[in-house]
Design a protein around this ligand. Sequence first.
Ligand code: FA5
Length: 358
Amino acid sequence: MRERLEELRREALAIVAEAGEEARLREVEVRFLGRNGEITGLLRQLGSLPADQRPAAGREANLVKAALQEALDQRRDQLQQASLARELRGEGFDPTLPGPPPPAGALHPLSQVQRRLEDLFSSMGFLVADGPEVEWESYNFDALNIPPDHPAREAQDTIFVRAPQATAEASAAAESDGKADGVVLRSHTSTVQIRALKKHGPPLRVVAPGRVFRQEAQDATHEHTFHQMEGLVVDRGVGVAHMLHAMNSLLEGLFGRKLETRLRPGFFPFVEPGFELDARCPFCDSGCRVCKGSTWIELMPGGLVHPNVLEACDVDPEVYSGYAFGLGLSRVVMLSYGIDDIRWLLSGDLRFLRQFPS
Ligand code: FA5
């Protein structure tokens, strides 16, 4: 055994001394010292030696093992130092080679759909308007003909930043310094109806995409923060046919083809009459998971602007009329891309976002 050990020691050290790459050292390590290595194998045979020879043979084998390990470490160190020195001298570095491409970002799917719709409406002569997310309570409700006792005002639906003044005295005092109005995170983009009408007056064609907030129990189709796109047209002689045309154009722009649509009555205090627009499911002919087997999808509410809203914006309802619709942009993005849970949209999860290159 002693001779065999000596033979292995000499062979292994010679290979180590000549090794020019770290990969070669790794091979030597596995071949001689690995679990099934040659020196490890010899150590295993110690048990078969006569008892009086075992301690000396064991000592010797361990010395060989340690010497080889030390030689491997030293050589590895030398190779690393040499490679570093080469790099510092600039050898093997080609400054003309292109670097790795930087990771490219992309527009969020919500922004992609929003921009598509903005382009579509701009091409039909609509303004694209913006409004504040922190809004006066009176713009979010009163000017939209939503009465003081409407359940939507209650805290479970609307997020109040500042409560309205509760008592008559407090209200009167606040009124004098302009603070009687409550402040909310807007619960819909209909607030932009008021701002745009007050600012521009009729005739007006405007769409208002934006983020809205509600105190909502979250599930696959409900978020506390989501996106809507309000559309508003006010002019002389505007009627339901005009509204239907705009809604149908919107759907065609979204889904790339005409979809069959139908109107159902719907109630919103700021429109009269009010409607819900359903579209034939773009994903099936005879019922699927998305349309819950009905072949119709409820897509957007709308209606003719209520005369009280026009009056609140100093527009004469005897002369002008208008229509408004409120697209649930987040839900439409889900439909467009087959996203099964709305909570992905604002999750900030890059694994999700990388699936939508622009
Ligand atoms: C409104 O917000 C009205 N302002 C829309 C409107 C405008 C009606 C103009 C008439 C005229 P509603 O609360 O139904 O209506 O919301 C509009 C759309 O937003 C819904 O159809 C739905 O697509 C989407 N939506 C409502 N709640 C949520 C939620 N929690 N999460 C995601 N989307 C929602």
